[in-house]
Ligand binder design. Structure first.
Ligand SMILES: [Zn+2]
Length: 201
């Protein structure tokens, strides 16, 4: 397993981390460091205004970043499949401050995976529902590239609910049951309907 220090050094040596002239780039992706209080406040305001629809919006925004990161990591590091999933989890996302991420299981054929995140930066307060929507989206977006199949993720455990860690379950979009409570709360209903229609009979 590649530790956070190792991957940081590797990235520095390969000039994959650049900090100059007001810009931070990691594997060529421009980043902007911000405090967790800003991130949490953005999420709180969106959810307060839009409810579950806000959670889905935040999730979709996270997905954009996850897709970009996995595509870029694939090009820059030449990784794919399980190696890519593990490298993103144990190296890249930790280096970016998104908690201790680990792959519990990953089935490339079934396009299913389970991720554990200890100490998610979004889960510092208590809420009535799982709260790590941006991180959930990032994981789903990255796995969509790794699986080369449309997938989604739901958060089944969250530190914000008092669990010891957050846990994300990923599977093909068409396999989610829109009547399930967590699916209703966390995933855009239209995407599931569209994916089910596309599924080969
Ligand atoms: Zn969480």
């Amino acid at each position: 397993m590649m530790g956070i220090g190792t991957i940081f050094k590797k990235f520095l040596l390969a000039r994959q981390i650049e900090m100059e002239k007001g810009r931070i780039s990691i594997v060529g992706i421009r980043s902007a460091n911000t405090s967790t209080s800003t991130l949490i406040s953005i999420q709180e305001e969106v959810i307060k205004t839009l409810g579950d629809e806000g959670a889905k919006l935040l999730y979709n925004a996270g997905k954009v970043g996850g897709v970009e990161l996995a595509k870029t990591m694939g090009k820059v590091m030449g990784l794919s499949g399980l190696k890519m999933a593990e490298s993103l989890a144990t190296g890249c996302t930790q280096m970016m401050g998104w908690g201790i991420v680990s792959v519990i299981k990953c089935d490339l054929k079934a396009c299913t995976a389970s991720f554990k995140v200890e100490d998610s930066p979004l889960s510092l307060k208590r809420y009535k529902k799982a709260f790590c929507h941006v991180e959930r989206g990032q994981i789903a977006g990255a796995m969509e590239i790794i699986f080369n199949h449309k997938v989604d993720a739901i958060e089944i455990r969250c530190k914000s609910l008092g669990h010891h860690f957050c846990q994300f379950e990923i599977k093909p979009t068409e396999e989610f049951d829109s009547n399930d409570k967590l699916v209703r709360e966390q995933l855009p209903a239209d995407d599931i309907i569209k994916a089910k229609k596309k599924r080969p009979k």
